[in-house]
Write a protein that binds this ligand. Structure first.
Ligand SMILES: *[C@@H]1O[C@H](CO)[C@@H](O)[C@H](O)[C@H]1NC(C)=O
Ligand SMILES: *[C@@H]1O[C@H](CO)[C@@H](O)[C@H](O)[C@H]1NC(C)=O
Ligand SMILES: *[C@@H]1O[C@H](CO)[C@@H](O)[C@H](O)[C@H]1NC(C)=O
Ligand SMILES: *[C@@H]1O[C@H](CO)[C@@H](O)[C@H](O)[C@H]1NC(C)=O
Ligand SMILES: *[C@@H]1O[C@H](CO)[C@@H](O)[C@H](O)[C@H]1NC(C)=O
Length: 518
């Protein structure tokens, strides 16, 4: 058993994060979960960016301000003024994953005429005026890369902006052309050399923030609920391949406990992440998450460390009058209570109340099979009778419970599920009271499960398991499937303005939910 005994005292989560990572990312570590953003997803990004370009191109055109020497004595400055013409129809927007290189957005068929202010500064003086600048069938490409920035945050940023210009022209009026005749070839040369400075700044400032915000923009861990956190740290660089972007995450849950002002972070786990084989084919969805049993298991492990699977069933613990009656060792004829189920109990401990406590004897174990996820929880049960101030144990037993997940769904990057005790088995009963055996205890626990335990169990994962928001668009539908040794989550998205029509045409899709609105 791999018990790594370290307690780390840390001041902030990002620090904790990097320690957690460097600590665990040893040779041969397998991911706890894997994210895939498939080629299909980039269609909605490209559409969104097209709308954005059309908006700024029609309103502001391109913003630029370039100065350069034309000759040793002459400086030329060209400043944007306004847009005269932008060919909205001809313009196309597309996005591609470039294997090993990153993500590329391409705007093609830019067909623009812009009005620019020019200034020519010579030793004889200054000439200023306006000149239309035009180009067509021009392509601009933004190449982006996703990495972990200095704040320990996953971020997508611009690497290069490239322009393939065509039909570049400064259309001087006849008068200006005559006046500037000596400089015209220099100017045409100037504009060819500086076209990236004309085009790139606007595309950079208008599009890159959208891309940085919407794509793979996430801290590398997240608070789940209560004191549980999930480690999203990557096991290697983001993998760009033609069909998908793949990210392998450490994927262990961990606990942060506050003790006074100190935060105590604990990453110990009694097991390593198992090997995970992620299907390579196209899932047909935009985003896929593949979770090995490790991610959920480590969460269950920490919940167990915080005693979330231990129970006390007693009048005081539940504060429920119906239950209080049920736990009595004596009750009136016709009523049902512990004493009627176990007559020996009432004769031996008259006027008492039963208290049942269970505590786990090891951490929960998760087994994932096709269409079937089961959590095994092994506990020891102690039963006591309380008579006034006196409490006496009358029974111990083992209880093995099988817990299932109900109402499993994935919404806004949170995996939700109710937990439900599906069955349990009582064994090794050591009883001090005649007539109490496995069978009778099972009967009792069964009733209690119906009454109390399942209601509590259902809410165990109430906060859900937050997965990284890798693709920040409006979710349209999702599915969660249990496979052999993994949970496969897939989801599809739409981009704000386009959601209404998409949702309308998907009326038959039960997965589409209320938040999809125009
Ligand atoms: C353009 O750039 C020059 C120097 O590079 C600067 O002096 C000028 O203020 C700028 N003009 C505008 C409108 O930004
Ligand atoms: C660009 O737009 C102008 C004006 O509509 C048009 O004359 C020209 O053919 C267009 N160029 C291309 C390549 O579409
Ligand atoms: C996860 O599943 C694999 C294969 O069934 C198993 O070997 C491993 O012990 C499981 N891990 C945990 C933490 O339950
Ligand atoms: C028990 O329940 C009663 C009424 O439902 C409530 O007034 C009381 O505060 C509860 N006591 C505890 C300890 O929760
Ligand atoms: C689910 O898996 C568990 C453990 O592998 C098994 O005991 C149970 O019969 C399975 N249930 C179904 C419905 O296949």
């Amino acid at each position: 058993m791999l018990w790594v005994l370290v307690l780390l005292f840390l001041h902030d989560a990002s620090n904790a994060q990097s320690l957690a990572n460097s600590f665990f990312a040893e040779e041969g570590t397998h991911p706890g979960f894997v994210t895939k953003i498939n080629r299909k997803a980039f269609k909605i990004v490209a559409d969104q960016l097209r709308d954005r370009v059309v908006r700024f191109a029609n309103v502001d055109g391109l913003e630029f301000n370039i100065t350069a020497p034309l000759t040793n004595q002459v400086r030329f400055t060209l400043q944007s003024s306004r847009v005269l013409f932008f060919d909205e129809k001809a313009f196309e927007s597309s996005m591609l994953i470039i294997p090993q290189k990153g993500l590329a957005w391409t705007g093609s068929n830019l067909n623009f005429t812009l009005l620019a202010n020019f200034q020519l500064l010579t030793s004889q003086g200054e000439i200023t005026g306006n000149v239309p600048l035009s180009f067509d069938r021009t392509n601009v490409e933004l190449l982006l890369w996703t990495g972990v920035n200095s704040d320990g945050h996953l971020k997508t940023d611009l690497i290069t902006c490239k322009v393939a210009a065509n039909g570049l022209q400064l259309q001087f009026s006849q008068n200006d052309a005559a006046l500037l005749a000596n400089y015209l070839p220099h100017m045409q040369n100037f504009i060819r050399q500086t076209i990236e400075q004309v085009i790139c700044p606007s595309f950079h400032s208008e599009l890159v923030p959208v891309l940085s915000n919407r794509l793979m923009n996430t801290p590398l861990s997240a608070a789940l609920f209560e004191q549980y956190f999930l480690n999203y740290a990557l096991l290697g660089p983001v993998d760009f391949s033609a069909d998908a972007i793949t990210l392998k995450h450490r994927g262990n849950a961990f606990g942060i406990l506050r003790q006074g002002r100190t935060r105590l972070n604990d990453f110990r786990l009694p097991y390593r992440s198992p090997r995970m084989d992620v299907p390579s084919g196209d899932s047909g969805h935009m985003v896929d998450f593949y979770l090995s049993n490790y991610t959920l298991s480590s969460l269950l492990f920490w919940m167990d460390q915080y005693r979330r699977f231990d129970y006390e069933i007693s009048r005081s613990a539940q504060n429920n009058t119906a239950l209080a009656g049920y736990l009595k060792t004596e009750c009136s004829t016709g009523d049902i209570c512990a004493g009627t189920l176990f007559p020996a109990l009432s004769s031996r401990f008259p006027g008492g109340e039963v208290v049942i406590k269970s505590h786990t004897v090891s951490y929960p174990k998760l087994v994932l099979k096709k269409n079937n996820a089961t959590v095994y929880i092994d506990s020891r049960v102690d039963a006591f009778v309380q008579q006034g101030e006196r409490t006496r144990r009358f029974l111990t037993a083992s209880m093995n419970a099988e817990v299932k997940f109900d109402k499993v769904n994935f919404k806004n990057f949170v995996l939700h599920a109710d937990m439900r005790i599906d069955k349990f088995k009582i064994s090794d009963v050591a009883s001090l009271v005649d007539g109490i055996d496995e069978g009778s205890l099972e009967f009792l626990v069964n009733a209690l499960t119906e009454l109390i335990l399942n209601e509590d169990m259902a809410k165990k994962l109430r906060g859900g398991v937050q997965l990284p928001i890798m693709f920040d668009y409006t979710q349209m539908g999702s599915q969660v499937e249990f496979e052999d040794d993994l949970i496969h989550i897939s989801a599809d998205f739409c981009s704000a303005e386009k959601c209404t029509t998409t949702a309308d045409s998907k009326d038959m899709n039960v997965d589409y939910y209320d938040t999809v609105q125009g």
